[in-house]
Ligand binder design. Structure first.
Ligand code: PEP
Length: 252
């Protein structure tokens, strides 16, 4: 089944409002005629979501994503942002379970699952991040680890709900390190994730995009995304420069 490639830039904790708006303006210009064939989104920090939404315009070729969400709708949760608040600033997508959230901020499969449900209820499409550490890969535990994260993060979802999300496979050892999974390593895990999605959601699995993330650059993006189950990329460092990010999109 033909799946439209989906490339999302994760800006992490980078860019002021002015820098964010300047970057999306550059991106818009660089991607004229390309975005449309490939689905493209950017995930700025919370502070820049609304200004970036305004700069992108409604229904434009580049879509808006958030980097995280709280699973409650509102309440006494100092420092948190809810799914309805993200919808209010026109966020169409949201990362969930990024390895930095898992490693540094105590994210668990259970909280990922609650966040996925909260996002879907607010009409926002989750990008559920999974991936093994180097120690887990070396111990031969990659597929078990990723399988546990997918099952946990998607627990209790209907096939229709699974059909609305994206999975991002991001080996932890490849994030921000300059080390990229080989195409064979990526394809092996992506195919295993697709198999698991088929178990959970039947034929819907064929329409779910599975992005690869981990030191994706203009030089390696096209080859990674040429694999049958690699349906796009989640890009960190290289999404901070319009030139690099647009080259990656063009490689999709
Ligand atoms: C990420 O943060 O999701 C990521 C893949 O980062 P980088 O591209 O910098 O490895």
């Amino acid at each position: 089944m033909a799946r439209k490639k989906f490339v999302c830039g994760n800006w992490k904790m980078h860019k002021t409002v002015a820098e964010s708006v300047a970057l999306v303006k550059e991106l818009k210009a660089a991607l004229v005629g390309v975005a449309g064939e490939v689905q493209v989104a950017v995930a700025p920090p919370f502070t820049a979501l609304k200004p970036v939404a305004d700069a992108l315009g409604h229904g434009g070729p580049i879509e808006l994503a958030a980097q995280d969400v709280h699973f409650e709708k509102q309440g006494a949760f100092t420092g948190e942002v809810s799914a309805p608040m993200l919808a209010d600033v026109c966020c169409g997508h949201c990362l969930v379970g990024h390895s930095e959230r898992r490693q540094l901020f105590g994210e668990t499969d259970e909280s990922v699952n609650k966040k996925v449900k909260a996002l879907l209820a607010a009409g926002i499409l989750p990008i559920v991040c999974v991936g093994e550490t180097l120690a887990q890969r070396e111990a031969g535990e990659t597929l078990a680890m990723v399988g546990r994260q997918v099952r946990g993060g998607l627990a209790g979802l209907s096939a229709e709900q699974i059909g609305r999300l994206t999975v991002a496979y991001e080996p932890v050892w490849a994030i921000g390190t300059g080390k990229t999974a080989t195409t064979a390593q990526a394809q092996e895990v992506h195919a295993a994730i697709r198999g698991l999605l088929r178990e959970l959601a039947g034929g819907v699995a064929d329409s779910v995009r599975i992005q690869y993330g981990g030191s994706v650059k203009p030089e390696n993006a096209a080859e990674l995304m040429s694999q049958p189950d690699v349906d796009g990329a989640l890009v960190g460092g290289a999404s901070l420069k319009a030139d690099d990010f647009s080259k990656i999109v063009k490689g999709a």
